[in-house]
Design a protein around this ligand. Structure first.
Ligand code: GLU
Length: 503
C-alpha cells in the first residue's frame, strides 16, 4: 500500500490544484465546457495547476474517440491543461481506465479496515426491499442488509454462486462542508445510504475512483456542476476512510445549473448542447468562452465582453452566482458577431477559409488566387456576419464559375420581365466602365439606371435585379465592390444570362 498511500505525512504539493474530470460519453456539452472554463480560470487566477483527468472507468460509454474529441475541444477553446492526458505530470496516469489497480488496492484496504463490506444482495432482492420500504414510507436506499453477515450466511451465498459487490459503510451522523459558491452545506447521513464502491467484477464506481484520485492527485479544489453536490458527503466519507486528515480535504465549489429557454436543465430536448455543434456552426472559441463565462459569473463591473486572459485575471469563485443561469443562443450569437468584427483582418480570413473549404467553395488546399480573392472579399463581409458559416453564402458567388446559380425564390421575386431592360442597360454600361473599380462601376450604373438621362428608376428598383443577377441573392456584400471583385467578364455574362431568363 505504500506506493499509493494518501499524502498523510508528506507536504501538500503547494498552491491550488484544481481538476476538470469529464466522462466524455459524447461531445463535451455546454455545461462541461462552462465547468472546464471556471476550473481553468480559477487555476490561472491563483497561479495554480489545472489538472485534466478523464473519468473513463466505464469504457462502454466513454470511448477513445470521445476522449480525443474532448481534448481537441478544450484545446480549441484555449483551455490548456498543465497536467493530464498527452502532457503528463507527476500524478498520472490521468485516464482512470489506466488506474484500475490503484482502485482495486484501495477497495482491499477499505475492506480490511472495515470501512467497506461485501454485499451479496441481488438486484431483485434490492428492488423488492426498496419497494416494501417505500410502501411503508421509510427511506428507500440500501438498508444495510449485508453490513453484518455471519460466516454461515456468507458461505451460503457463496454456495449459491453469488458474486458480491463492495459497499461502503457510511458512518452515522452528518457531513457539513463550506462550499465556496453555496456556503455551508449539511447532509444528514440518514439520506446517504451505504453505496457501492466496486462491482462484482471488481471494477470501481465513480465515487471511489473520484475520491481516490482527488486525494492521490493532491487536488485542493473541486469546482464542478451542482448535479454532483449530493455525491460530496460520500466522497468526504471516503477521504476520511482513506486516512486523509480533514485539513487536506479538497474545498468544494458547485456551479449553478445551466438552463434551457424553458427553464429546465439544458439538454438535447430544449437546446443544442454539443460544443462541437457551435464550432461547426461558425462560433469563435473566444465568443463561446466569453459567453459561458457570463453564465454564472461576471466581472466586478458591467462589462459583458472580455478575453480569456481578462477573465483569468479577474476570476473569483466568490462572485459565482448561486442561481441557475439561462442559456440564450441569441446572446451568444451577438457576442460572436462582436468578436468577429474585432478580429484582425488576416485572422478573419484564416477563420473563414476552413468553412469555405468544407463547403467546396474553394479548394483544399486553396490556390493562391483563391486565397487572394478571399482576402480581398473578407472586409466586405466581416462586419455583416454573426457566424463564420455565413461567409459561405455571402462569398460563394465570387467562386462559382460555370456552376453559379441564382437563388430561385429571389429570382422569382426580382427577375421579372420588367427587369430585363434594366439588366441589359446595366450590361451595356459596365461593358464600357473604365477603369474597373467600385467607384467607376457605381457611377456607370447610376448614370445608366437612375439618372434621368438613363432609365430614371428609383435606386431600389434599379439595383435589386442587378444584385440578384450578379451575386445570386437579394442580400449580398456591398454591390459595387462585389462587382469589382467578380470581374468584368463574369459580371457581363451573368447580367446577360439573367436578362434572358427575365424575358
Ligand atoms: N466525471 C464526472 C462527470 O463527468 C464528474 C466528476 C467530478 O467533477 O467530480 O459527471
Amino acid at each position: 500500500m505504500t506506493e499509493h498511500a494518501p499524502p498523510a505525512d508528506d507536504q501538500p504539493a503547494g498552491g491550488v490544484r484544481v481538476r476538470f474530470a469529464p466522462s466524455p460519453s459524447g461531445d463535451l456539452h455546454v455545461g462541461n465546457i462552462r465547468t472546464a472554463l471556471y476550473d481553468w480560470a480559477f487555476a490561472r487566477h491563483t497561479g495554480g495547476t489545472f489538472v485534466l483527468r478523464i473519468e473513463d472507468t466505464d469504457r462502454s460509454r466513454v470511448t477513445t474517440e470521445y476522449i480525443a474529441s474532448a481534448l481537441d475541444t478544450l484545446r480549441w477553446l484555449g483551455l490548456e491543461w498543465d497536467e493530464g492526458p498527452e502532457v503528463g505530470g507527476p500524478y498520472g496516469p490521468y485516464l482512470q481506465s489506466e488506474r484500475m489497480d490503484i482502485y482495486r488496492e484501495w477497495v482491499q484496504r477499505l475492506l480490511a479496515d472495515g470501512h467497506a463490506y461485501y454485499c451479496y444482495c441481488t438486484t431483485e432482492e434490492l428492488a423488492a426491499r426498496r419497494e416494501a420500504a417505500r410502501a411503508g414510507g421509510g427511506p428507500s436506499g440500501y438498508d444495510g442488509h449485508c453490513r453484518v453477515l455471519t460466516a454461515e450466511q456468507v458461505r451460503a451465498y457463496q454456495a449459491e454462486g453469488r458474486m458480491p459487490v463492495v459497499r461502503f459503510r457510511m458512518p452515522e451522523g452528518s457531513t457539513t462542508f463550506t462550499d465556496l459558491v453555496r456556503g455551508e452545506v449539511t447532509f444528514d447521513h440518514q439520506h446517504v445510504p451505504d453505496f457501492v464502491l466496486a462491482r462484482a467484477d471488481s471494477s470501481p464506481l465513480y465515487t471511489l475512483a473520484v475520491a481516490v484520485d482527488d486525494v492521490l492527485m493532491k487536488i485542493t479544489h473541486v469546482v464542478r456542476g451542482e448535479d454532483l453536490l449530493s455525491s460530496t458527503p460520500r466522497q468526504i466519507a471516503v477521504y476520511r476512510a482513506m486516512g486523509v486528515p480533514e485539513e487536506r480535504f479538497p474545498v468544494f465549489a458547485h456551479l449553478p445549473y445551466v438552463l434551457g429557454k424553458d427553464g429546465q436543465r439544458l439538454s438535447k430536448r430544449n437546446g443544442v448542447v454539443s460544443a462541437n455543434w457551435y464550432r461547426q456552426e461558425g462560433f469563435l472559441p473566444e465568443a463561446i468562452d466569453n459567453y459561458l463565462a457570463l453564465l454564472g459569473w461576471s466581472p466586478g463591473d458591467n462589462r459583458e465582453e472580455f478575453t480569456l486572459e481578462e477573465m483569468a485575471a479577474e476570476f473569483d469563485l466568490a462572485r459565482v452566482n448561486k442561481n441557475a443561469a439561462q442559456f440564450d443562443v441569441r446572446k451568444l450569437e451577438s457576442i460572436n458577431g462582436d468578436k468577429i468584427r474585432a478580429l484582425d483582418p488576416a485572422d478573419f480570413v484564416s477563420r473563414i477559409i476552413p468553412f469555405l473549404q468544407r463547403a467546396h467553395v474553394i479548394g483544399d488546399p486553396p490556390s493562391d488566387a483563391e486565397v487572394a480573392l478571399v482576402t480581398a472579399a473578407a472586409p466586405l463581409i466581416q462586419t455583416r456576419i454573426s457566424r463564420l458559416t455565413e461567409a459561405v453564402g455571402m462569398l460563394v458567388f465570387l467562386f462559382a464559375g460555370a456552376g453559379f446559380e441564382v437563388d430561385a425564390q429571389d429570382a422569382a421575386k426580382v427577375l421579372t420581365p420588367d427587369a430585363a431592360p434594366v439588366l441589359r442597360a446595366a450590361e451595356a454600361a459596365l461593358a464600357e466602365a473604365e477603369p474597373w473599380t467600385a467607384e467607376v462601376i457605381e457611377a456607370a450604373l447610376f448614370a445608366a439606371l437612375v439618372e434621368p438621362a438613363g432609365l430614371g428608376l428609383k435606386p431600389r428598383v434599379a439595383f435589386a435585379p442587378v444584385r440578384v443577377a450578379v451575386t445570386g441573392h437579394r442580400v449580398s456584400p456591398p454591390l459595387y465592390q462585389s462587382i469589382e471583385l467578380l470581374g468584368r467578364e463574369r459580371t457581363l455574362a451573368r447580367l446577360a444570362e439573367a436578362a434572358k431568363a427575365a424575358g
